[in-house]
Design a protein around this ligand. Structure first.
Ligand code: NAD
Length: 356
């Protein structure tokens, strides 16, 4: 199979972990006789420094032309501490999602057994948890009108959803539920918020097309509690952009660390595959970032964009084997991990590569 893959490392540890993700794709191509042709593009702070624009047109064109994008992260402390900055790295990310029509963000939350003790949740509560989140990505409060009034003393962000936006992500989630445990939990705040009332109405309608899938509707506050209390009760979860942003970070604790969680952003064109973590400037340049989320994002890319299931499983299995052999990066190590088993980004990358 011949495919064009665009590598978009972005900022901070995005650069470090994406390099490992790319090596994994290379190894898979060599092992299975595929030809992956790579190009690179700028986004975020790196793009602002080079061009003044967080997502230059050239990057966007390259994204649209490629078969899949492996993305790192955007962000820089300079902007985090300056809320008034007009040009910001995240604008590049939001524009990429909007322009590529990436309306569904898939986040598989599955704990590798070896990491049961790395989570702050009790192992007996966690063991066997396997959740697939569908977070809506191009609507909600993130993209509505926003601004200030009353001399800047009042601020507003308008949350908005249209029927078709809810319908298309609900369908994707129902389809996925069919191939898994046939259970779907739709999360909203329909007791208070109007967009949530539309969300629930549409999900109830779409549900009629999937009588084999068991549907429940949960309020977001209850879901936040249930995720920690009983994560095993969930199979597929579908929710709006803001709720999904928060719930998936919470759920990252089920997987032990942000450094373990991959995601796929898909629509009707090019898919973007990325770790859920950010640019982590507290550890940038130290060579200690966990590259597994990027590696597992590469596995999702192989599976979802290219339909290469066997190759994807090979990658996931290699990560599993590395964990079984006792190797850890600092973020997933605990007091029982021997010092010599705690590896940096590149060294753990080599352990993964050698098991593919
Ligand atoms: P973060 O995800 O970058 O880091 C949170 C914590 O987790 C940090 O302590 C970090 O060291 C740790 N961590 C994250 N990924 C890790 C990995 N792979 N290995 C080991 N430890 C890891 O979130 P933050 O600190 O809130 O934000 C930092 C910057 O990233 C900000 O500028 C923010 O805007 C940006 N951000 C970008 C994205 C994205 O590009 N998708 C997502 C979230 C945050």
């Amino acid at each position: 199979m011949k495919k064009n893959i665009l590598i978009v490392p972005g900022d901070g540890i995005g650069q470090e972990v994406t390099a490992v993700g790319k090596k994994v794709l290379d190894k898979i191509a060599a092992k299975y006789g595929h030809e992956f042709v790579y190009d690179e593009a700028l986004i975020g702070h790196a793009a602002i420094e080079a061009t003044g624009n967080p997502l230059p047109d050239e990057s966007l064109e390259k994204m649209k032309k490629s078969d899949a994008v492996l993305f790192g992260a955007v962000g820089h402390p300079k902007y985090d501490n300056d809320p008034s900055a007009k040009v910001r790295p995240e604008q590049g990310l939001l524009k990429m999602r909007k322009e590529l029509g990436l309306y569904a963000n898939l986040r598989p939350i599955k704990l590798f057994d070896e990491l049961l003790s790395a989570s702050s949740i009790k192992p007996e509560i966690l063991k066997g948890a396997d959740i697939l989140f569908f977070r809506e990505l191009t609507g909600d409060i993130y993209f509505g009108e926003k601004g200030r009034k009353d001399n800047g003393d009042t601020a507003y962000d308008i949350a908005q959803y249209s029927r078709y936006e809810v319908e298309r992500i609900a369908r994707k989630a129902f389809e996925a539920a069919r191939t898994r445990g046939k259970k779907l939990c739709s999360v909203d705040k329909a007791n208070v918020i109007e967009t949530s009332r539309l969300w629930r109405e549409v999900v109830q309608q779409v549900a009629k097309e999937y009588p084999d899938v068991q549907v429940e509707h949960q309020f977001v506050d209850a879901t936040a509690m249930l995720l920690i209390k009983d994560p095993k009760r969930f199979d597929v979860v579908v929710t709006a952009n803001l709720f999904g942003d928060i719930l998936t970070d919470e759920a990252s604790q089920i997987a032990g660390s942000m450094g373990m969680l991959a995601s796929a952003s898909i629509g009707d064109g090019t898919g973007v595959y990325e770790p859920i973590h950010g640019s982590a400037h507290d550890i940038t340049g130290k060579g200690i970032a966990n590259p597994m989320a990027s590696v597992l994002s590469a596995a999702l890319l192989l599976d979802i964009s290219f339909g290469l299931k066997k190759e994807s499983e090979d990658v996931i299995n290699a990560v599993d084997q590395v964990l079984k052999a006792g190797f850890r990066t600092g973020d997933i190590a605990d007091s029982t991990t021997p010092k010599e088993k705690i590896l940096g980004t590149d060294a753990i990358g080599l352990e993964i590569l050698s098991r593919i």
